[in-house]
Design a protein around this ligand. Structure first.
Ligand code: ACO
Ligand code: PYR
Ligand code: MG
Length: 354
């Protein structure tokens, strides 16, 4: 175990100092694209200003015979685009795959200065984060980078879920976690073949009516990801990093996508992935607080004065704890409004500096 005293020391001579805090930046939507797909890459200049995070995916979803083209395509995308306020991330291949090491050895020297976050799939435990932590420090030092690249882990194995706390705590570089419902379902031997979302068979049924035993009994679908997501949120918050819902594979079912994203938002996630342009605005809408909730939060904060005691607002009790809930909403609304003039106008909050 590393001493607390050297936790924030660089892991290689000449590497940038590890971060003490993960900077807050909007990350309601992490938009995935395949850098080996020229049609997708051609759409990026229009997509970059629309998304909070643009992510070049090199892992699952990219054909094995396109892995090198994808890696090279990502370098071209980085060199050929100005990302402005948009974060630029990559999902590298897993460190036990034939491509993971070369992804890192190529990308950090070539485009490390533009990469905000490296997303690492199939993280099993702290040992995987320790490995990439040291390797990144060595590569950053060699490349003369002055800003540390952050690391985001996908939680998509049963062992990873069991080790979630240790993964979050393994390095000051840890930026966040995403849920990987497809690989996780396979690894756990769950019997759903969907990429995220609910399942009609995962339900509870209304009790029988003793007066009408043959009457149809309503059923209610449940969320099979609730347990994992809630566990992720607790682990992330405990370690000062950010939890994200992952992908929703039924691109055509925009309604269920919105529902799944909203469940995650309500539980504490800060964003979700978009796999297709149609999912971008869904994520941005869901992970921005609703105007009515911002208005309510302002009202409670105003009514609570110094934030202590108990008052009635519209027939409800508000006190020191509930005002904190309202401040969570208001704080997020303020941060988003400061970057988005439309949201600022909708919320009645200060917008971007002129
Ligand atoms: C479990 C996991 O690991 S999830 C993460 C891995 N998977 C991914 O990243 C998948 C990313 N998304 C995709 O590959 C594609 O969106 C697919 C395969 C799902 C659907 O692609 P298509 O069948 O081409 O969809 P569709 O025809 O609706 O696309 C419309 C247009 O949007 C483009 N497009 C589709 N997805 C994207 C994207 N993610 N980014 C940019 N452009 C896109 C298409 O190229 C197409 O362009 P065109 O109008 O010039 O022909
Ligand atoms: C997100 C991802 O990688 C998965 O669901 O497997
Ligand atoms: Mg996966």
């Amino acid at each position: 175990m590393r001493s607390a005293k050297d936790f924030f020391a660089p892991l290689a001579v000449g590497a940038p100092t590890p971060p003490r805090d993960i900077p807050w930046r909007p990350s309601r939507v992490i938009h995935f694209f395949d850098p080996s797909n020229e049609k997708m890459a051609a759409k990026l200049p229009g997509l970059i200003p629309r998304v909070d995070v643009l992510l070049g995916n090199l892992e699952d979803g990219v054909r094995a015979d396109n892995k090198i083209a994808a890696r090279e395509g990502l370098v071209k995308v980085a060199e050929g685009n100005d990302f402005g306020e948009t974060q630029f991330w990559v999902r590298v291949n897993s460190i036990d795959s034939p491509w993971g090491l070369d992804d890192l050895l190529t990308l950090v020297p070539a485009i490390g200065a533009k990469l905000d976050v490296i997303m690492l799939p199939k993280v099993q435990g702290a040992e995987d984060i320790h490995y990439i932590d040291r390797l990144l420090a060595q590569l950053e030092a060699k490349a003369g980078l002055t800003r540390p690249i952050l690391v985001h882990a996908i939680l998509e194995t049963a062992r990873g879920v069991g080790n979630v706390e240790e993964i979050c705590a393994a390095s000051p570089r840890m930026q966040g976690l995403s849920l990987g419902p497809a690989d996780l379902a396979a690894d756990r031997r769950m019997k759903t073949t969907r990429v995220g979302g609910g399942h009609p068979g995962y339900l509870v049924r209304q009790d029988p009516n003793p007066d009408a035993p043959d009457a149809v009994r309503a059923t209610f679908q449940q969320d099979p990801w609730h347990y994992t997501l809630a566990r992720m949120v607790d682990a992330c918050v405990a370690h000062g990093i950010m939890p994200y819902y992952g992908p929703f594979g039924d691109i055509a079912d925009v309604t269920a996508c919105e529902d799944q994203f909203r469940n995650a938002f309500l539980l504490g996630a800060v964003g979700a992935w978009s796999l297709h342009p149609v999912q971008i605005d869904i994520a941005k809408k869901v992970f921005s607080p609703e105007v009515k909730d911002v208005e309510w939060a302002k009202k409670v904060v105003d009514a609570m004065g110094d934030g202590t005691g108990a008052v009635m607002v519209n027939g409800t009790m508000q006190d020191d704890a509930s005002v904190k809930q309202c401040r969570v909403i208001l704080d997020l609304a303020r941060r988003l409004a400061a970057r988005d003039a439309d949201l600022a106008a909708a919320y009645g909050l200060a917008g971007p500096a002129a």
